[in-house]
Write a protein that binds this ligand. Structure first.
Ligand code: LLP
Length: 429
């Protein structure tokens, strides 16, 4: 992406900082996040809300994409909302000083402990997934003499064109209340009847890494029709409409995403058009971009430890990380661009398989990756790894999770320390 460059030494830079210097200073594998770019993308989404909805909306960063204290501090200072999906994310946000009245709490099976945390911390919107949770939350709120602000997660019946594992809007999904069966309608009736729940509105999320506007506009239309039906038949007017995240990004040249504002404009056209021609007021619009804010801003740096040429088949380049820090290839066969950071100015003339160090043949960063000719000791940079890499990292094979460094204004700082061997042992009895 446009935050990457090559300096006079021929090294890759991110946000103007030399990645080879970062690799030396902090060691590898290393996640590097460009804070300037994160802030820029937050502002891009916020500007769309200002332009199309007169500022009557909130951009909630979906922190499952990348979560640590520092990112919540950045989000707080950008006046963003957040989406959290667990006690762990909520706790991290609270500990970072984030104002969780601007948080949406998601999940299809929140525990009692998590629901209590949400109530105690004053989460602004608890997104109720199912009828059991609704009843349970009403009970917990009653015990605390509180009224829980909720949204209902609706499955709009829209099929997003994306990987099967990250499609969520269709009827056969574990998330939310189905619209076409009448389940969602009954859920709204129920929610407005509970004394300790305050139904602020509705939510939907159709999937992730979506590269066209069609699914988003279809979902917006369906949700507005539902809002109108609720007003007509139940006299209930939704204040909030949360449309979720899912905006696709460019991982490789094969991906052709739209500028973020184009998705926003297309959806706003549907919503504003609907409100102009029907008897419903425009709800407060929330969106939950995760990947689109975190992914393009991040890279991962590795050191090459060995190269194995298998004649006429392939060349394996082994790096000091792999599925533990980036499980997206083994999960979804995701494609990434990579380059040799210390030879970034040179042409990419090789095609290699970059392999991780885990005891697992499928532990690859990618196959057929075009890179510069490389040798042992070189630094490899994998691009657009800022989302769903660190947040999905594991300790398989008892590998230690890498450090995370933020760069901003040409300066670097540690955001998350590299795990130590004693961190690995911390909970062993
Ligand atoms: N809102 C809700 C309710 C979600 O479930 C998600 C993502 C988002 C927002 C953010 O979606 P985004 O803007 O990041 O596309 N691990 C997968 C992605 C799983 C996404 C889960 N939900 C991956 O690595 O591709």
């Amino acid at each position: 992406s446009d935050n990457l460059g090559v300096n006079a030494s021929g090294n890759l830079t991110i946000g103007g900082v030399d990645t080879v210097v970062l690799a030396k200073k902090y060691g590898t594998p290393l996640y590097v996040m460009d804070e300037d770019m994160i802030r820029r993308d937050c502002k891009t989404f916020q500007k769309s809300i200002d332009t199309y909805y007169d500022g009557q909306g909130l951009v909630c960063y979906a922190s499952k994409a990348f979560s640590c204290k520092e990112i919540y501090r950045v989000m707080q200072s950008e006046n963003m909302g957040i989406d959290v999906v667990s006690g762990g994310e909520l706790y991290t946000a609270v500990q970072a000083g984030f104002d969780v009245t601007k948080a949406c709490f998601h999940g299809n099976n929140k525990t009692t402990e998590e629901l209590n945390m949400a109530l105690d911390y004053g989460v602004g919107r608890i997104v109720v997934d199912n009828i059991y949770e609704m009843e349970h939350l009403n009970q917990l709120a009653a015990e605390k003499h509180l009224t829980a602000p909720i949204l209902l997660r609706i499955k709009p019946g829209v099929d997003a064109h994306t990987h099967n594992f990250i499609r969520t809007g269709q009827i056969d999904s574990k998330f939310g209340f189905a619209l076409e069966t009448g389940e969602a309608y009954e859920a709204v009736k129920k929610a407005i009847s509970y004394p300790n729940l305050k139904l602020r509105g509705l939510h939907c999320h159709i999937g992730s890494q979506i590269l066209d506007t069609q699914g988003f506009t279809a979902a917006a239309e369906v949700m507005m029709e539902f809002i109108e039906k609720l007003k007509k038949e139940l006299g209930y007017e939704a204040e909030d409409l949360n449309l979720g995240g899912g905006f696709g990004i460019r991982y490789t040249e094969a991906d052709d995403p739209l500028p973020y504002d184009a998705y926003m404009e297309a959806v706003a056209k549907v919503i504003n058009g609907f409100c102009a021609s029907h008897d419903v007021k425009r709800p407060f619009i929330l969106i939950e971009p995760g990947r689109s804010i975190a992914a393009p801003a991040g890279i991962t740096l590795y050191t090459v430890g060995g190269i194995k040429e298998i004649p006429n088949i392939r060349t394996y380049v082994s790096v000091d990380g792999g599925m533990c820090d980036n499980p997206r290839y083994i999960l979804y066969q995701s494609a990434y661009d990579a380059l040799v950071a210390n030879k970034a100015g040179q042409p990419k003339t090789e095609k290699v398989t970059i392999a991780g160090k885990c005891c697992e043949s499928g532990d690859l960063i990618g196959e057929n990756m075009e890179i510069q000719p490389c040798e042992v000791g070189d630094i490899i940079a994998v691009c657009a790894t800022g989302a769903y890499n660190y947040s999905m990292a594991s300790n398989y094979n008892r590998l230690q999770k890498p450090a995370v460094v933020f760069v901003k204004g040409g300066e670097d700082r540690l955001a998350v320390k590299r795990e130590s061997l004693d961190d690995i042992l911390r909970n062993d009895i």
